[in-house]
Design a binder for this molecule. Structure first.
Ligand code: GLU
Length: 322
């Protein structure tokens, strides 16, 4: 059985989309929205929405609402209330306390530059924390963060689209930060607490988070949470393979007339995911295209590698229903 078909065994599916409102919904997040939506809804599952607005200095006021309007205009319908991470500090604190009580977390006083100096990470790679404060805060250091202890074991999982992925946390990141001393809880801790509490059993998101997944699986294990099924979608890049800039990436209500253009964006996202929306849906209302995407979605056709987003050409636009 291919990894992409395993999902039929997880019933009922609870999927989710968890954008960070630090800028308007972009082409990469649109692909994640379409992919996670289709993967949940095709088997009659739920699709929940969570705003990952923990990193308050980067959160742009008004963007979360803009994202919700954009998703609605594109035909997405979510189950239940939208969860805002900024309102869930207590849940993260209690998970943090459990880790501290179990001796699995400790406070660290190292600065970024100290860590970079000591660990021998290749240029541009995240340095591996060398464990300086693991046995207690050295004299003269003040708490800057809390880290979780990692052990030398390989964490492996079968990704729905990318196949088997494994990573040793000890050699790829070392003990990692779960809270900064100035307050905010780290993304990895928040995401596992939220996914567990919402009963998420299927996480479909961009491949930029593939290498974060072992840290999340590790935290789930420590906290006794169930492990969702993971599927990482290929990244949207420029035709020359480079990363899309914020500007090239933006798909927001403020930038685009979604009533006219929405269908082209949904076509592009579905095609990017290897699906072939029929020409008679050209110009159709967004909910109709999304419904086709859900009914016809074939996960086995999702390509494994990064690619540009195939925005429709002029020829695609004819005949339009408008
Ligand atoms: N908030 C993350 C992002 O927008 C996604 C997190 C996740 O799906 O786990 O990239």
């Amino acid at each position: 059985m291919s990894p992409a078909t395993d999902i039929t065994e997880v019933v009922p599916v609870v999927g989710r989309f968890a954008p960070s409102p630090t800028g308007p919904l972009h082409l990469g997040s649109l692909v994640a929205a379409v992919g996670s939506y289709a993967m949940a809804r095709r088997v009659g599952g739920k699709w929940l929405l969570r705003m990952e607005d923990l990193d308050t200095p980067r959160v742009v006021p008004g963007i979360a609402d803009d994202m919700l309007r954009t998703l609605e205009a594109l035909g997405f319908r979510w189950d239940g209330e939208v969860v805002y991470q900024s309102r869930r500090t207590e849940a993260y604190r209690s998970a943090m306390e459990r880790l501290l009580k179990a001796g699995l977390a400790y406070s660290c006083g190292c600065t970024r530059s100290e860590i970079a100096r000591i660990s021998s990470a290749p240029h541009g790679a995240e340095p591996v924390y060398p464990g300086i404060c693991r046995e207690g805060l050295p004299e003269g250091k003040t708490e800057r963060a809390w880290r979780v202890k990692v052990y030398d074991e390989l964490i492996a999982f079968d990704d729905l689209f990318m196949g088997r992925f494994s990573q040793s946390l000890a050699s790829s990141c070392g003990d990692f930060v779960i809270q900064r001393a100035d307050g905010p809880f780290a993304y990895h801790l928040a995401v596992v607490v939220d996914d567990a509490e919402s009963g998420i059993n299927q996480v479909v998101r961009g491949a930029d988070l593939l290498s974060s997944t072992p840290r999340q699986i590790y935290l789930q294990k420590l906290l006794g949470f169930p492990k969702p099924v993971y599927g990482h979608l290929p990244l949207v890049v420029n035709p020359d393979g480079t990363k899309l800039s914020k500007r090239e990436n933006a798909v927001s209500l403020t930038d685009r007339d979604l009533a006219r253009e929405g269908w082209t964006l949904l076509f592009a996202a579905l095609r990017f995911l290897g699906q072939s929306p029929p020409p008679d849906l050209n110009g159709a209302p967004c909910p109709e295209i999304l419904a086709w995407g859900v009914d016809s979605f074939d996960p086995a056709r999702i390509p494994p590698t990064p690619a540009p987003l195939p925005l429709p050409t002029r020829a695609d636009k004819l005949p339009s229903r408008r």
